[in-house]
Design a protein around this ligand. Structure first.
Ligand SMILES: Nc1ncnc2c1ncn2[C@@H]1O[C@H](COP(=O)(O)OP(=O)(O)O)[C@@H](O)[C@H]1O
Ligand SMILES: [Mg+2]
Length: 253
């Protein structure tokens, strides 16, 4: 198990400069990220909002070491330039420090809720017993202590997303990436998910970067960044609604 030094609330967790990403299109290229500067801090729930096709998922991928940008740098935690590392080291960085939550949950169909979470922890070097104990706690934290042995097919959409969140949070990531985490969920389950993201920032000090086009989530954010056509057009710090903060302290039921 790695020993981790968590960043303090307010410290920069990620700082990207001059990110350009192009995709091949016909004979030419389209520029999907156009010289984007981006940063996110520990303890913040940072929302990235923008219409479909504006480059949100591409930005997350470039920030998290999943998709190499054509130009620009990404400093993340103690790495001054993530994309200068070997691909093995980038993978290790992601495994050790980053959690991911996606719209489509990305669970393994044949594994129980408990196994989804323990698998990741074993990869990180925990013993099977330690992984199981930690996974149980993470699933209890998202209100799924009674669903440990169910496979995804037996879980509702909201429960599946909570398993994915438990899997992401079990390793206590310093950076949590969520890409449209509520868009496959109804309003009530969406609320549960956003409350858990809020809590990951407030209580665990993670830098939570949440991409969405759901305007209801804005109330929970410390910062709202708007992106359009590969360009950041607006970046506002705000105070989360007091009620949102209060609710995030409650159990997710
Ligand atoms: N692998 C790819 N190859 C070619 N074009 C892509 C690829 N991924 C995304 N795009 C294009 O880049 C643009 C931004 O996509 P994306 O980042 O997924 O937007 P968003 O997440 O905001 O909906 C879109 O026009 C999309 O079609
Ligand atoms: Mg997307």
């Amino acid at each position: 198990m790695i020993t981790k030094v968590h960043g303090k609330h307010g410290d920069a967790a990620i700082e990207a400069k001059g990110i350009i990403k192009r995709f091949k299109s016909g004979r030419g290229y389209v520029e999907v990220l156009k010289n984007v500067d981006f940063d996110a801090r520990h303890g913040d729930l940072t929302m990235v909002m923008g219409p479909s096709g504006s480059g949100k998922s591409t930005l997350i991928a470039a920030l998290s070491g999943l998709l190499r940008p054509d130009e620009g740098t990404v400093a993340a935690l103690d790495q001054p330039n993530l994309w200068k590392l070997s691909s093995g080291k980038i993978d290790k960085f992601r495994l050790d420090h980053c959690g991911f939550i996606f719209q489509g949950f990305n669970l393994f169909p044949s594994l129980s809720a408990l196994q989804q979470v323990t698998t990741v922890l074993k990869y990180q070097g925990l013993t099977p017993d330690a992984a199981k104990a930690r996974a149980k706690l993470a699933l209890e934290e998202v209100g799924l202590g009674h669903r440990l042995h169910q496979r995804p097919a037996a879980l509702s959409g909201g429960e599946k997303q909570r398993v994915a969140i438990a899997r992401a949070l079990a390793k206590d990531p310093q950076i949590l990436f969520a890409d449209e985490p509520t868009s496959a969920l109804d309003g009530e389950n969406g609320q549960v998910v956003i409350r858990l993201l809020r809590r990951a920032a407030t209580e665990h000090g993670a830098a939570v970067i949440c991409v969405t086009h759901d305007p209801r989530l804005e109330a929970w954010a410390d910062r709202v960044i708007h992106i359009e056509d590969g360009v950041i057009i607006d970046d506002q710090r705000r105070s989360p609604d007091p009620e949102a903060l209060l609710n995030s302290a409650l159990a997710p039921h």
